[in-house]
Design a protein around this ligand. Sequence first.
Ligand code: 15L
Length: 264
Amino acid sequence: MKRLLITGAAGGIGSVCRKRLTHMADTLRLSGRGDLGEPAPHEEIMLCDLGDKIAVEELVEGCDGIVHMGGQSTEASWDVIRNANIEGMFNLYEAARKHGKPRILYASSNHAIGFYRQSQNIDATAPVRPDGLYGVSKVFGEALASMYHDKFGIETACVRIGSCFPEPTSHRMLSTWMSFDDFIRLVECVFRVPVLGCPIIYGVSANDATWWDNTSVAYLGWQPHDNSESHRARLDSEMAAPNRNAPDAIYQGGMFTADGIHEE
Ligand code: 15L
């Protein structure tokens, strides 16, 4: 690619993308809300509020691919969710439709299906069960991506990211953890596969304790290498497993399922 846009480039996963996707494009265009520092020679920095339609059009113009990590990434008030994840997604897809229909990797979330029980195994065909307004906004994003694919041919990988951190930090994350290395491998597959379509992908490492089935996206050639089992002994020594009646032990979305509606 000539230019790859990374939104949310100041965030946890976005900053990993900034460092580790340099081989994917001549130029990385970075946007985010936090401080992105000084651009390197292969970088362009464009600060942008995703709720600002005109700014998002300028951001997307000239990009051949988008890794969309931007937006609100946890439960929040409706105003915050609506601006970043509802208006922001619409603005991004409208801009993509008008400016060359770049391929998109969309950071959806396991909170789109967070009310499934941890005793259940699900695949991409399972009906959504969002666990909060944040989860609902991620479902909206997946639906929007699907419509822009069917109607306008824009291809999107909707990645329901589990827990993408340096290492799992709770017993629940033994099932939801995705290593940074596995995520970067996934981004490479998404932008290299000749025909992507608009699949739902569970963003999770090759954990023994998984709840999620990615059989339907075998065509991507993505083979996660890491396995949270190598962290189990450390976690067991650092903390007690959650009580079996606690949300973190019952639901796939963990504690997000117990969150109320955030008032303004
Ligand atoms: C998410 O969607 C969040 O963005 C992240 O901060 C984690 O909380 C993750 O889900 C998770 O479920 O562990």
